[in-house]
Design a protein around this ligand. Structure first.
Ligand code: GLU
Length: 436
């Protein structure tokens, strides 16, 4: 694979993406409020983050100079349990993006019924411009600066775009050194030897594969006849493609990363591509020397291919009003967070495209994060088979709940997922009451 990161980090997105994503999420939230005829007070609580922290993170560079990066941790809601959500290192991270992603985490945890609220964190940085030691110092200083609001019962971070088990290990070590005790439950997505869970690295991809197959089953389509295109070949897309092909018999006809990708209408030879990437760690798909049986595609071209299932599994704002009309696939499964903006969503709905929304489709990561946290709290660890089984059960149940609500209300899956999630969050807020 291209890297051990959760998604290739710079399939283009603009600096204004954060506010666009926030307004998309809030508009979808407002629609759910309307459908549920939710009380005005509850609406105002759910529309805002509970707590937002901005930090200026200084690090000493390898050449002795000092650079300061801006970091964030936003806790959207702790109504249903400790706040939960990843940390991303990316140049376009800003407060609005982190707010939107924290809100999505609240809804994601609620829709799959985990006892968690939602949070997100990030640093506005291009990690490719840092050495390994600089990245470690940045992670450790950021961890120390947001630590006052974290905790196994308060807020538990995890990997996200451009962060991985190694970053989680530095994070946990920093908190444990400052606290003077080992605190594995402070963060999930850790390496196995530090209290990580079997099956966590593949979890988001596996969950997205389960969501894809559940969707196909509802539409009476045979996975073995499906041509699937996957945008993003990081920790989500890489495992997702492999699982869909090997376990469900789908034909993966296109994959891409930040450098573009490859297309063969009869199916790619994933094992050859993966062997190449394993042999040249850190390399990109574009440097793979095809034997002539595949065509190069750009990320934009991949989205418009004639396929049965399209899975955007990279980053936000990939499907917009500019390209929604060109999409030929009848099914979109959102492996990434926020890949479809509000205007595109309306166009796709109008065109009858089935969209399995991010807060359901990519919940596998946080589901196995939850299983990791439970194992850490018990200091008792499970085999990979048990983790996969539990992930599968949680995904299947959540899909069924969202699907039947969408049938009952005659609404699309995103609206149903939002409705279910908002209802659960609203009930928790009401049951707890307003302190004092
Ligand atoms: N970053 C992942 C997500 O967006 C996982 C979050 C977690 O495990 O807490 O869902």
């Amino acid at each position: 694979m291209t890297s051990t990161f959760e998604a290739p980090y710079s399939i283009r997105t603009s600096k204004a993406a954060g506010s666009g994503m926030l307004s998309t999420a809030l508009t979808q939230l407002d629609e759910a409020f309307q459908r549920l005829t939710l009380d005005e007070g509850l609406r105002s609580i759910i529309r805002q983050s509970e707590r937002e922290l901005t930090v200026a993170v200084p690090i000493r560079r390898d050449d002795g100079t000092v650079s300061v990066f801006t970091g964030f941790r936003v806790q959207h809601s702790s109504a249903r349990g400790p706040c939960k959500g990843g940390i991303r290192f990316h140049p376009v991270v800003d407060l609005d993006e982190v707010r939107a992603l924290a809100l999505l985490m609240t809804l994601k945890c609620a829709v799959v019924n985990l006892p968690y609220g939602g949070a997100k964190g990030g640093i506005s940085v291009d990690p490719a411009g840092l050495s390994e030691y600089e990245l470690e110092r940045l992670t450790r200083r950021y961890a120390a600066m947001i630590m006052p609001i974290l905790g196994g019962k308060r807020d538990i971070p995890a990997p996200d775009v451009n962060t991985n088990p190694r970053v989680m290990a530095w994070f946990m070590d920093t908190v444990s050194m400052i606290e003077g005790q080992l605190s594995p439950e402070i963060i999930t997505g850790k390496p196995l030897e530090l209290g990580g869970s079997q099956g966590r690295v593949e979890a988001t991809g596996r969950g997205t594969a389960v969501a894809t197959v559940e969707m196909l089953r509802r539409l009476g389509r045979d996975p073995k006849e499906m041509r699937v295109a996957v945008q993003g070949y990081g920790n989500v897309g890489f495992y997702l493609a492999e699982i869909l092909e090997r376990e469900y018999g789908c034909h993966i006809v296109a994959v891409s990363d930040v450098s573009g990708g490859w297309y063969n209408p009869n199916g790619l030879s994933l094992s050859a591509i993966n062997d190449y990437l394993a042999h040249y760690p850190g390399s990109f798909l574009s440097s793979y020397a095809s034997n002539g049986h595949m065509d190069r595609v750009s990320n934009q071209e991949l989205l418009a291919l004639d396929v049965d299932v399209l899975i955007p599994a990279a980053i936000e704002n990939q499907i917009t009003a500019l390209n929604a009309e060109q999409i030929q696939s009848g099914i979109i499964v959102e492996g990434a967070n926020g890949p479809t903006n509000f205007e595109a969503d309306a166009i796709l709905r109008e065109r009858g495209v089935h969209v399995v929304p991010d807060i359901l489709a990519n919940a596998g990561g946080v589901i196995v994060s939850y299983l990791e946290w439970v194992q850490d709290l018990q200091w008792f660890f499970w085999e990979v088979g048990e983790v996969r089984l539990r992930l599968h059960d949680v995904m299947q149940r959540a899909f069924e709940e969202v699907w039947s609500l969408s049938e009952r209300e005659q609404i699309d899956l995103r609206s149903a997922a939002y409705m279910l999630a908002v209802q659960r969050v609203g009930e928790a807020i009401e049951a707890r009451g307003i302190f004092p």
